[in-house]
Design a protein around this ligand. Structure first.
Ligand code: HEM
Length: 527
């Protein structure tokens, strides 16, 4: 006698039938096959084993940073000019050339430190990653909302992230760990002044700026290069939350920013950003008090006026969050002809890190997935096979000649667009040195002075709140740094912690720390 647990479909049930991935009909999705109703299960239980083992593999590793995020789609529309000049004078990148030319984009906004389901109202930088699907292949511009970064050399990245991430034992994010590291990292001051101001908690993703942060290059048809920085300015305006606002949002909803973005796009209120670019000649700029390759610095707008080069509109949400957001892979090495790297020491490290992590996180064939494919370009490589390779239309179509060069067939090299050399000649001995002109405090102080009164108050409150949870030695060093950033900031934070300038006057500069003339004068005044 058969024990039919599942009674089968009603005669008028028109829903499609359940199958497994092999296309076999599933007659019973409630009971495994066993020897008798109470008997042991057998290993040939294919349907059950497939179901469970696929479930066991549902998760891929989340991103080591920027795990919580949301991808949406839209287009970039070029203005064709840089200020009053044709853009071709500075870059030959095709997507920028013609006014009105549109390029498809995928944009992923994210927080940095929390896990995949963490709060979107955390005080944390926000990621702003744009993938342009151009006719020359993909270009990724992978930036943040604060314009600068904590460190300037990629070798420090795992340390800064370990300090910011929750304690590996208790899983709490601890100010003591964060400021322990920052107190020994003077280049972080500019970022900290931004992060602990209201800008550190954007109201949502639509109301924040984006910045490429690192310095890149543009190259024109003559092979002439310039240094550039990219900025996205939201047409919606910039809105932020205080810690109190954020606590209220977080109490009810951990994903308010994703929801806000989806809702806006779905009701036809398409968010828009203008892309503006700052530019300087491709050299060391000894006249500046900072190095143009230092990502802890912004470029003064009076000297390097930001010029609009296009706009971006987001008008579509993904159909499959996992395929289009979790598997989306952005990287700073993904550039098209006419755009290039600079020698920014963060940029080179980032460029290795992104595709390295994606080969591990998503798999070696991550570029075959629809969201990552160069869908508007001609793609033909001699790469073959590997785990989960499926795009054999492109990659297996000429199996006999899957190498190059060949006189019998296969693929040929493309013609170099114009020049294969560009940029200034670089000479130097191999060394491990920080860049000169570190000037860690000046711009942080200028940023503080540019803030409105309520923003300064918020910054001081947030810093005092966090630092009061730190050991005394960390508090003192941070007050010492803030006094060098801007006297008023140092005095106010010190006041909140019960630390006076006299208490920290005896502290020596950190080992190897570079102080400017101005920093030394400020130090001398402490005692
Ligand atoms: C994501 C490394 C600095 C913006 C990531 C990921 C890694 C990484 C491993 C995860 C990528 C993935 O799993 O797909 C690094 C290293 C850095 C660095 C080594 C410094 C040396 C920065 C800076 C910015 C930034 C300075 C901002 C300008 C982002 C963004 C994402 C990201 C936006 C998320 C991309 C996405 O949405 O998938 N980074 N990062 N990173 N990083 Fe960085």
């Amino acid at each position: 006698m058969t024990d039919v647990a599942s009674s089968g479909p009603e005669p008028d049930d028109n829903r499609p039938e359940l199958t497994n991935r092999q296309g076999h009909a599933v007659f019973d999705n409630q009971n495994q096959r066993t020897v008798g109703a109470r008997g042991p299960a057998t290993l040939e239980n294919y349907q059950f084993l497939e179901k469970i083992s696929h479930f066991d593999r549902e998760r891929i590793p989340e991103r080591v940073v920027h795990a919580r995020g949301v991808t949406t789609y839209g287009y970039f529309e070029a203005y064709g000019k840089w200020g009053d000049e044709p853009i071709s004078r500075y870059t030959r990148a095709k997507l920028f050339q013609e006014a009105g030319k549109r390029t498809d984009v995928a944009v992923r906004f994210s927080t940095v430190i929390g896990g995949r389901d963490s709060s979107e109202s955390a005080r944390d930088p926000r990621g702003f990653a744009v993938k342009f699907y151009t006719e020359d292949g993909n270009w990724d511009l992978v930036g943040n909302n604060l314009g600068v970064f904590f460190i300037r050399d990629a070798i420090k990245f795992p340390d800064v992230i370990h300090a910011l991430k929750p304690d590996p034992v208790s899983h709490e994010q601890k100010p003591g760990r964060i400021f322990d590291f920052m107190s020994q990292t003077p280049e972080s001051m500019h970022m900290l002044v931004n992060l602990f101001s209201p800008r550190g908690i954007p109201a949502d993703y639509r109301h924040m700026q984006g910045f490429g942060v690192n310095t890149y290059k543009w190259v024109n048809a003559e092979g002439e290069s310039v240094l550039v920085k990219y900025h996205w300015l939201p047409k919606q305006g910039v809105r932020s939350m205080t810690a109190e606002d954020a606590a209220n949002v977080q109490a009810k909803d951990l994903g308010h920013a994703t929801k806000d973005l989806y809702d806006a796009i779905q009701r036809g209120d398409h968010p828009e950003w203008e892309l503006v670019v700052q530019m300087m000649s491709d050299d060391e700029h000894p006249e500046l008090d900072f190095d143009p390759l230092d990502d802890t610095k912004t470029w003064p707008e009076q000297e390097f006026p930001p010029k609009p080069v296009g706009r971006m509109v987001l008008n579509r949400v993904p159909e499959n969050y996992f395929a289009e957001n979790e598997q989306a892979s952005f990287g700073t090495g993904v550039l098209v002809d006419g755009l290039d790297f600079s020698d920014d020491k963060m940029l080179v490290g980032r460029t290795f890190s992104y595709s390295d992590t994606q080969r591990y996180r998503v798999g070696p064939n991550y570029l075959q997935l629809p969201v990552n494919q160069a869908k508007n370009a001609h793609v033909a490589t001699n790469q073959r096979d590997g785990q989960m390779a499926y795009d054999n239309g492109h990659h297996g179509s000429n199996p006999e000649v899957n190498y190059e060069p060949s006189i019998t067939g296969g693929l040929r090299e493309a013609q170099y667009p114009t020049h294969d050399e560009q940029g200034p000649e670089i000479r130097g001995r191999l060394t491990r040195k920080r860049i000169p002109r570190t000037n860690d405090y000046l711009q942080a102080g200028q940023r503080y002075l540019l803030m409105e009164g309520w923003e300064q108050d918020d910054l001081v409150t947030n810093l005092v709140d966090q630092l009061s949870q730190c050991p005394r030695a960390v508090q003192e060093r941070m007050v010492w740094h803030f006094l060098l950033v801007e006297n008023d900031l140092g005095l106010r934070v010190g006041d909140g912690l019960g630390i006076s300038p006299k208490d920290v006057a005896g502290l020596e500069p950190l080992a190897g720390q570079d102080l400017s003339e101005d920093d030394r004068k400020r130090l001398a005044r402490l005692g």
